[in-house]
Design a protein around this ligand. Sequence first.
Ligand code: FDM
Ligand code: MG
Length: 212
Amino acid sequence: PKSTILQRGAFILLEGCDRTGKSTQAEKLVAALNQRGHQARLWKFPDRTTGIGQMIHGYLAQGKDLNDQTVHLLFSANRWEAMDTLKTHLLQGTTLVVDRYAYSGVAFSAAKGLDLHWCKQPDVGLLAPDVTFFLDMPIEESMKRGGFGDERYEKVALQTKVREIFHALQEPNWQLIDATQAIAAIHDSLVHSSLQVIAAAKDAPLQCNLWA
Ligand code: FDM
Ligand code: MG
């Protein structure tokens, strides 16, 4: 019999500032892909469930102080500790819908004043996304969605800088999404693009070359 080669899943990333709808869209996208018969699952960074993730949570939500470089490296380590699991899922044919990644890592740390080049280095060689959907909207608009919460980075001035740095980090496989559109309209275009990305990625090798 003809041997069948397992086709890998796609690495689909959603990036953007706070309150742009990433988590809503990520959940809806996973459900829609599953409904269409694609194995898909959600992954969220930071993953606050690990030991490193708990240190990050203490810093973001519980007022624990850490210096900027240390926090940056913890966010990066939180991605590296997930790599084997993410690769296994992709190689087993599962598409990953990832809510934030290294672009958030660099954008937030550089917005705080760390050197952009330095910020990228710990994440060099991570799995590279097949597509990045950048959900973009003016910070004043996202603020109208009920304002920011109490976590450390939920401040207008910082988010404004983060947005600028995100724009500077754009790569050819980014798709800019106008996040002021209706939830259903954004969802439809994410599903449409994701199906194309899944079809294109299935025979391509995994790329462990982020920023390499
Ligand atoms: N954040 C997120 C970073 O500063 N670096 C990172 O590497 C990542 C993944 O953590 F303000 C910031 C972005 C946000 C905060 O993220 C918590 P969520 O998505 O709100 O949980
Ligand atoms: Mg948040």
